[in-house]
Design a binder for this molecule. Structure first.
Ligand code: GUN
Length: 292
């Protein structure tokens, strides 16, 4: 079996095209969607992510405002900036790029963002919403994966889903979303023993471990759907995921490539959440997403 490719780049492009209409509708009500992006310090990976997010805003007609703060900025100053942005009616989404420097308390910063502007979905309120299946802003990466899975036409209800990686940003929310869709979910993480015993029974395998070639064909059930969230730069400069793509594609039914799979969807879902926030702001959004 050779897997069909789940083309995240193409889906992201289609979605971004569709956003133009939503931006025009907002403009009719004199609302320009606005996203504030806060970057603390000079982490090169974070700089690239932020640049991509701002580029996507430009492409879709979302106004972006970048706040670059020095690595030694005090937590009080970051909180003061968030407080101002919470009150700013031209800003509908606030994103604090992670990781933050060690002297800043991540949770204190994320909890300071208004739940109405939490387009990353990291505030405890939105995390709690995921737990009870009533989220307004799903975290962008798992949200993107959810839409990629939908394109396969496969109903995840009753399927064995295995999520590798238990981060707050990807693994945990991903598992909750799959559970909400009635999959039987296993979460594997750094301490998991005999990883292959879990992966081999998975009909849906989502890998977010940050380790090239972690998943090889012997670990994959024939006909599984394999979603590779990993983005790893090899010493030779190539960017690869966590899955041995060439090997696993001969065993899976569907597979995402890296690059061109999950990555473009993550940024696109940030725009989606920002638009939804702006629509709620103007009183026309439903405030409830398709996970209901
Ligand atoms: N760092 C790595 N991924 C993300 C993300 O999705 N959002 C934010 N804010 N920071 C990140």
């Amino acid at each position: 079996m050779t897997a069909r490719i789940i083309d995240g780049k193409a889906l992201a492009k289609k979605l971004r095209e569709s956003y133009k209409q939503r931006v025009s509708r907002l403009a009719e009500n004199n609302v320009t969607p606005g996203l504030a992006v806060i970057l603390v310090g000079e982490n090169p990976a974070s700089q690239v992510y932020v640049r991509n997010k701002i580029k996507a805003c430009e492409e879709c007609g979302v106004l972006s405002r970048e706040h670059v703060l020095p690595a030694d900025v005090s937590q009080t100053e970051v909180l003061a900036l968030i407080s101002r942005l919470n009150e700013d009616p031209t800003i509908h989404g606030i994103l604090v790029q992670l990781p933050l420097p060690a002297h800043i308390d991540n949770r204190a910063v994320l909890e300071a963002i208004s739940v109405h502007k939490d387009v990353d979905g990291f505030h405890l309120y939105n995390v709690g919403g995921l737990v009870v299946g009533n989220t307004v802003f799903p975290p962008c990466t798992p949200y993107g994966v959810q839409l990629l899975l939908e394109t396969t036409g496969i109903d995840v209800a009753g399927k064995n889903a295995c999520v590798i990686g238990a981060s707050n940003i990807v693994g945990k929310p991903m598992a909750l979303m799959l559970l909400q869709k009635e999959a039987t979910v296993t979460i594997c993480h750094i301490k998991t023993q005999e990883l292959a015993q879990h992966t081999i029974i998975a009909d849906i395998l989502v890998v977010a471990a940050g380790k090239p070639n972690l998943i090889v064909p012997q670990m994959v059930k024939t006909g599984a759907v394999v979603i590779d969230v990993g983005i790893n730069r090899l010493p030779d400069g190539r960017v690869v995921g966590d899955v041995d793509f060439e090997g696993v594609r001969e065993k899976a039914s569907w597979i995402t490539p890296v690059p061109g799979g999950v990555g473009p969807m993550t940024v696109t879902m940030l725009i989606e959440n920002t638009l939804r926030s702006a629509e709620m702001f103007q009183g026309k959004g439903e405030g409830i997403n398709s996970f209901e």
